[in-house]
Ligand binder design. Structure first.
Ligand SMILES: *[C@@H]1O[C@H](CO)[C@@H](O)[C@H](O)[C@H]1NC(C)=O
Ligand SMILES: *[C@@H]1O[C@H](CO)[C@@H](O)[C@H](O)[C@H]1NC(C)=O
Ligand SMILES: *[C@@H]1O[C@H](CO)[C@@H](O)[C@H](O)[C@H]1NC(C)=O
Ligand SMILES: *[C@@H]1O[C@H](CO)[C@@H](O)[C@H](O)[C@H]1NC(C)=O
Ligand SMILES: *[C@@H]1O[C@H](CO)[C@@H](O)[C@H](O)[C@H]1NC(C)=O
Ligand SMILES: *[C@@H]1O[C@H](CO)[C@@H](O)[C@H](O)[C@H]1NC(C)=O
Ligand SMILES: *[C@@H]1O[C@H](CO)[C@@H](O)[C@H](O)[C@H]1NC(C)=O
Ligand SMILES: *[C@@H]1O[C@H](CO)[C@@H](O)[C@H](O)[C@H]1NC(C)=O
Ligand SMILES: *[C@@H]1O[C@H](CO)[C@@H](O)[C@H](O)[C@H]1NC(C)=O
Ligand SMILES: *[C@@H]1O[C@H](CO)[C@@H](O)[C@H](O)[C@H]1NC(C)=O
Ligand SMILES: *[C@@H]1O[C@H](CO)[C@@H](O)[C@H](O)[C@H]1NC(C)=O
Ligand SMILES: *[C@@H]1O[C@H](CO)[C@@H](O)[C@H](O)[C@H]1NC(C)=O
Length: 789
């Protein structure tokens, strides 16, 4: 299914000759924003600042979840806000602009409707670099864009010297469409000022994977020539009167296409600039955002672009790499992935109309089910200052809305997929000493998740809490009158709630609650769904393994779900289509989701060798979808069985084959940087077990990689000795700061103290990291103390 060779992108990436430790090293050269812009990666390819609210790009009519795609579809507009890598409906893309000439220079001849104006772009013309995006339409109009935090600046260059049949030069026209990528608008208002050409307004839209609605405001100014005329358009008809418009949904929710337009007198350069401010507060605030961030009289496009570049350069230069003869593409793979981990959550501080607060406000946690596993842990390393703000925002949301978010986009609550995964984010932040967090508030927030059932647990908290506390599992077809949500996923929810409760116990114990033991006890609830005589058959063949999780009714009787259901060998199971007792993955995959107690799981599954056979079968039989997040941790569980070499080997079966630098180079939705963080961690040689102070050690894909801690400037390095990128290599021995290191894992102190880990490599699996005392801690083993404190 992967088309690994995508020719038109090879462009600038062929002539890489320098290595990353070079003093002239510029990480921006290794950012390829087009990775994952085809084949469902849904990566945002356009111009943005780290976590920026303004995200400008061309929108196409094909795979447009993030606006643009290299799937050969056509451009319908240029819009100012997007999400990256998401899997719901196409997200944002509100109020697109579109530049064109009208046939015979008659306004009413223009193509106002989305389908009519859709235009191919010249494939070779696409330029996507940090803070910048450009392409040329086959109509001859060139579009370039860059951004500030809350505004986008466009340069549209119309073809010069084109004339109508009677010799009149065409007047450049730019329209603004009161729509979004999902055509979710409920109603909208626009006005155009005849003299200045300023367009202002707002619309109410539906979030792309959530409930409710949100209002977004805009303010568009234009420059480059004198204004010829302007007005509004409705249904492919346009006029210079009136100058204002209100649209709403008609009978049968009829969706009218409408907006405003402006034309300019032709000039020799025919370059028209558009500055668009956006805001969730008011049209006036949208104008203010644009005016303060992109001040006049001349809007400094180059200055803005340079600022975006230096902001990104600073973010990315915290990591340096000695490539040591490995494939140069790995640098592009790494820095592009690192870049994508900073698309979302988006910093909407100062733009939250829902409550007043001096705390930061971040949005596009889309969703935490994806982000808690490795994206947010990656930010703990490369950008703890921003992550602190994100965590404070989660807590402030709890304070004002009553619940920690599980998923959030466009000011709205998104749909919960698994458990209350923000509990894991908070425990992870705690064990890694993230600063500036009110931990007592955090404790209240996670206990709220664990103790109180919301009326609507499809977008916050947990369902079935009465049964959870009474029977110690989530029953199949539960009797739950306290709240409502999709009454499915009883197995995956049991697993997730178990781990969430483990995370609650971490915070409870740390903050002195004696009843942390209750949560610790509940974290073992997953064992209640283990049916020890259950077998799994594929195409009539028994897989040879006995003992699988199964659904269980309230009365304690077993239900049935085929362990391969919801795997790539069977059918996909989502919230709404084909809901089952596991969410988006199989019992085969979920049986390993016991991040806090793999030791007990190993015993349950028959000891280390049987456990390894089962993990191998999971990865080698087609049961694993590496394009979905539950698979991430299963690549590293060999560490717990004392076989770290097998984790290293497993990772190399997925990277670079499934995560590479082509436009089709991702195995699934990037999920706001989840796939990106998996890539970046794996290449680095450390992978987190989120919620715990544990990173699994495997050889980096480079000779060495160093991280500068943004809080204290300390540099941590992981280095391969005897590195040979041509062959598979395994750790023979290791030193930490020069002393022996036999554990196959390490804590976050590595990053906070700036330590050096040297891994001596060889061609065969060795005894390193295989001893009982070398494996990562599990809650049931004596290492519990070191795990928690
Ligand atoms: C761009 O490439 C795609 C295939 O990748 C093709 O469908 C499309 O026609 C090309 N566009 C132009 C303008 O040649
Ligand atoms: C894009 O436009 C070209 C030329 O008008 C057309 O042939 C093609 O079918 C369009 N592509 C899509 C996906 O609509
Ligand atoms: C457009 O016409 C002007 C005046 O005739 C001429 O100077 C200029 O070179 C032309 N530009 C292009 C791109 O052809
Ligand atoms: C040329 O055609 C345009 C559009 O049809 C019209 O507005 C304009 O007056 C015409 N100019 C001349 C010189 O005939
Ligand atoms: C616009 O739509 C929203 C959501 O349906 C509704 O709450 C609001 O009242 C509408 N505004 C107007 C002016 O009709
Ligand atoms: C929406 O925009 C219109 C036009 O600028 C403005 O009159 C109106 O006050 C705005 N609505 C809100 C709620 O800000
Ligand atoms: C988030 O945005 C606010 C308001 O623009 C700003 O003060 C803050 O520094 C931003 N946070 C980060 C981490 O850049
Ligand atoms: C544990 O103690 C906290 C603080 O008093 C309380 O909110 C919570 O409900 C208790 N949990 C249990 C399971 O007793
Ligand atoms: C069942 O297993 C046997 C022996 O491994 C194999 O030859 C056969 O192809 C398998 N059948 C199916 C349907 O997978
Ligand atoms: C338990 O409940 C299930 C579902 O209602 C039912 O099929 C089963 O017969 C019950 N078992 C017993 C022992 O009552
Ligand atoms: C380091 O470990 C090796 C085995 O890997 C052992 O032979 C050696 O004595 C150890 N050195 C120290 C100082 O503990
Ligand atoms: C967190 O802080 C404590 C107390 O200062 C320290 O003992 C611990 O090592 C720190 N943990 C990390 C991961 O830095």
């Amino acid at each position: 299914m992967l088309n690994l060779l995508n020719s038109f992108l090879l462009v600038a990436y062929l002539s890489i000759g320098i290595s990353a430790q070079n003093t002239n090293f510029d990480p921006l050269k290794y950012v390829n924003q087009l990775i994952g812009t085809n084949n469902g990666g849904n990566v945002f390819a356009g111009a943005t600042l780290p976590y920026g609210m303004a995200k400008a790009v061309a929108d196409v009519d094909g795979q447009n979840t993030a606006g643009f795609s290299t799937d050969g579809s056509n451009v319908t507009g240029f819009s100012h806000m997007h999400d990256s890598g998401t899997g719901g409906n196409p997200s944002l893309g509100n109020f697109p602009l579109f530049p064109q000439f009208c046939d015979e220079d008659v306004v009413d001849n223009c193509n106002f409707l989305g389908a009519g104006r859709a235009t191919q772009y010249v494939n070779e013309s696409v330029v996507a670099t940090p803070g910048y995006f450009a392409l040329e339409l086959v109509s001859g109009v060139k579009a370039e864009m860059t951004v500030s935090e809350h505004a986008a600046l466009y340069h549209f260059t119309f073809p010069p010297n084109r004339t109508t049949r009677n010799g009149t030069a065409f007047s450049p026209l730019i329209l603004l469409d009161l729509t979004d990528l999902s055509a979710s608008r409920q109603n909208a208002t626009i006005s155009v000022d005849e003299k200045s050409g300023r367009m202002m307004g707002n619309g109410t839209f539906i979030p792309s994977f959530g409930g409710g609605s949100f209002m977004l405001h805009f303010c568009a100014d234009f420059a480059g020539s004198t204004i010829k005329d302007n007005g509004i358009w409705v249904n492919n008809r346009a006029g210079t009167e009136p100058k204002e418009l209100f649209v709403t949904r008609g009978i049968n929710l009829f969706y009218i296409e409408a907006g405003a337009w402006i034309r300019f007198d032709p000039t020799e350069s025919n370059e028209i600039s558009a500055r668009v401010g956006v805001s969730f507060i008011s049209p006036e605030k949208a104008c203010q955002n644009a005016e303060t961030e992109i001040p006049g009289p001349t809007w400094d496009f180059e200055g803005l672009k340079t600022n975006a570049e230096s902001t990104w350069r600073e973010k990315l230069s915290g990591v340096s790499i000695e490539i040591g003869g490995a494939d140069e593409n790995l640098l592009t793979n790494f820095y592009s992935a690192m870049y994508r981990t900073m698309m979302s959550p988006q910093n909407y501080t100062g733009e939250n109309p829902l409550w007043g607060s001096t705390e930061p406000y971040y949005d596009s946690f889309y969703c935490i089910w994806d982000a808690f596993r490795s994206q947010l842990p990656f930010l703990t390393i490369i950008d703890p200052i921003s992550l602190s703000e994100m965590v404070r925002s989660l807590l402030d949301t709890y304070l004002h809305l009553g619940w920690l978010p599980d998923c959030r986009m466009s000011l709205c609550k998104g749909f919960t997929q698994g458990g209350s995964n923000a509990d894991v984010v908070l425990a992870d932040a705690y064990v890694k000493n993230l600063t500036g967090i009110d931990w007592n508030l955090a404790l209240r927030a996670v206990i709220n998740d664990a103790e109180n059932e919301p009326l609507d647990w499809s977008n916050e908290g947990r369902g079935g809490l009465q049964s959870w506390k009474k029977y110690n599992y989530i029953p199949y077809l539960d009797y739950d009158y306290l709240g409502f949500g999709t009454n499915s996923r009883s197995i995956s929810r049991t697993l997730e709630y178990s781990y969430d409760d483990y995370c609650v116990s971490i915070l409870s114990k740390a903050l002195g609650l004696a009843n942390y033991t209750t949560y610790l006890a509940r974290s073992g609830n997953w064992q209640n769904l283990y049916k020890d005589d259950m077998r799994s058959v594929i195409n009539g063949n028994d897989t040879g393994f006995t003992g699988f999780l199964q659904p269980k009714y309230l009365n304690g009787t077993w239900g049935y779900q085929d362990p391969i259901l919801c795997s790539p060998l069977d059918s996909f199971c989502s919230l709404t289509s084909n809901p089952q007792e596991t969410f988006e993955d199989s019992i085969w995959e979920y049986q390993f989701f016991v991040p806090h107690d793999i030791a007990t799981l190993i015993t349950q599954l028959g000891g280390p060798d049987a456990f390894i056979d089962r993990l191998d079968f999971l990865h080698e039989s087609g049961l694993t979808d590496i394009g979905n997040e539950p698979s991430f941790l299963t690549c590293f569980l060999y560490h717990y069985a004392g076989r770290p070499a097998l984790s290293a080997q497993r990772v190399r079966t997925y990277i670079p084959d499934f995560f590479n630098t082509s436009t089709t180079g991702l195995p699934g939705n990037d999920d706001t940087g989840a796939m990106a963080s998996f890539t970046a961690f794996c290449l680095s040689g450390l992978f987190p077990n989120p919620g715990q102070n544990v990173y699994f050690i495997t050889p980096p894909f480079f000779e060495s990689i160093s991280f500068t801690n943004p809080l204290n400037g300390k540099v941590s390095t992981i280095r391969n000795v005897n590195f040979d990128p041509e062959v598979d290599q395994y750790i023979q021995s290791a030193t930490l700061n020069g002393g022996n290191w036999t554990r196959n894992w390490i804590g976050h102190e590595f990053f906070s103290e700036g330590w050096t880990l040297e891994l001596t490599l060889g061609g065969n699996e060795s005894a390193w990291g295989t001893g009982d005392g070398d494996v990562p801690p599990s809650v049931s083993t004596s290492s519990m103390a070191s795990m928690m404190f």
